[in-house]
Design a protein around this ligand. Structure first.
Ligand SMILES: NC(=O)c1ccc[n+]([C@@H]2O[C@H](COP(=O)([O-])OP(=O)(O)OC[C@H]3O[C@@H](n4cnc5c(N)ncnc54)[C@H](O)[C@@H]3O)[C@@H](O)[C@H]2O)c1
Length: 314
């Protein structure tokens, strides 16, 4: 089976390693930090065992077989040479990523290799500027935690070749991710643009004293979020009337009227941050332990949801 290189073995690097191994790829991970690399392999082994026990292991291979496919290297060249795909997962720092991509390009020995970044918010035109292999460069931005939320945003540089766009999309599908392709780059890609529009309005409702943070969160968890796990905003409109045309006939004026009252982007000033933090801390105190406990609870819920979605016929 072909080889995939991972550059950076933190949270996202480990996740990608498991996802590629689940489809049978030989995975080679590189990190500048040697201790981090050995901790990464240990933690991948533990996580694969946990996925197997809870029925969430992807692919046809056992946890042990998948772990065997994942190896580490202290040499970036070994990770890049002869790889089908290289997935960069270093810190979110533009100059570090630019430096890493220059090195990746230097070692790359094939026009077929896809050179891919996991960046959450750096635009491809900034990240890949001046690279000799720019036509092979692309972003595949996963959603955290990638093993439970399979969305992957694919964002090309204007000069990324059509073949690389297609190969990236095909590979993501092959490993069980759900890729979405942006035709051209835009700041925030899709997920963060949609997420920020929701955060902005939630913030305005609390700041202007219409609701508590707890009740705003319930609007999502007991309302919109329930259906958004299964159908997106467009399908919601379509199903909430006799199709999209009738929905817009009925509701477009209301959408425009309400939207005209949204107001400017909140400043996220110190006082409102402190107020909202105080409210949310009554439910989840912001100590390391309490946050970790709540993340585990969230991930258990996501795991159950992922199982349910797998069982439901489309
Ligand atoms: N954490 C998330 O929720 C999330 C979600 C989607 C995308 N991302 C993106 O993924 C990338 C990685 O994020 P993360 O959360 O895994 O970070 P992290 O801090 O957990 O890991 C970064 C790793 O990169 C290594 N590293 C630093 N410099 C390096 C170099 N020159 N060569 C090789 N390795 C190097 C570090 O030693 C560390 O192990 C970022 O671009 C981030 O924006 C993160």
């Amino acid at each position: 089976m072909a080889k995939v290189g991972i550059v950076g073995s933190g949270l996202i690097g480990k996740s990608w390693a498991m996802l590629f191994a689940s489809a049978g790829y030989q995975v080679l991970i590189y990190d500048v930090d040697e201790d981090q690399l050995s901790r990464a392999i240990e933690s991948i082994g533990t996580q694969l065992d946990e996925f197997e026990k809870s029925g969430l292991l992807r692919g046809k291979l056992s946890a042990k077989e998948q772990l065997k496919l994942i190896k580490t290297s202290r040499n970036l060249g070994d990770v890049v040479v002869n790889s089908k795909h290289v997935q960069e997962c270093v810190y979110e720092d533009l100059s570090l990523k630019q430096k890493v991509f220059k090195e990746i390009c230097k070692y790359c020995n094939s026009d077929e290799t896809v050179l891919c970044s996991s960046t959450s918010c750096i635009m491809p035109s900034k990240l890949f500027v001046g690279l000799e292999r720019v036509s092979q460069c692309i972003i595949a931005h996963p959603c955290n935690p990638p093993s439970l939320c399979p969305l992957t945003e694919i964002v090309p540089h204007p000069e990324t070749s059509q073949a690389v766009r297609q190969r990236t999309r095909d590979l993501m599908e092959e490993i069980g991710q759900v890729p979405v392709l942006l035709n051209k780059e835009i700041d925030g890609f899709a997920l963060n643009r949609i997420q920020y529009s929701v955060i902005n309005e939630c913030w305005r409702l609390v700041q202007a004293w219409y609701m508590t943070t707890e009740d705003v969160d319930k609007v999502m968890t007991a309302g919109m979020g329930m259906r958004y796990a299964f159908i997106g905003p467009f399908e919601t409109c379509h199903l909430n009337a006799e199709g999209t045309v009738q929905y817009m006939d009925k509701y477009a004026e209301g959408i425009k009227r309400v939207s005209s009252t949204f107001g400017p982007t909140p400043e996220y000033d110190k006082d409102s941050v402190a107020k909202i933090n105080q409210e949310i801390c009554q439910k989840v105190p912001d100590t390391r332990e309490q946050l970790e406990q709540r993340r585990k609870w969230r991930d258990n819920g996501l795991a159950e949801l992922a199982k349910l979605k797998k069982q439901l016929p489309e």
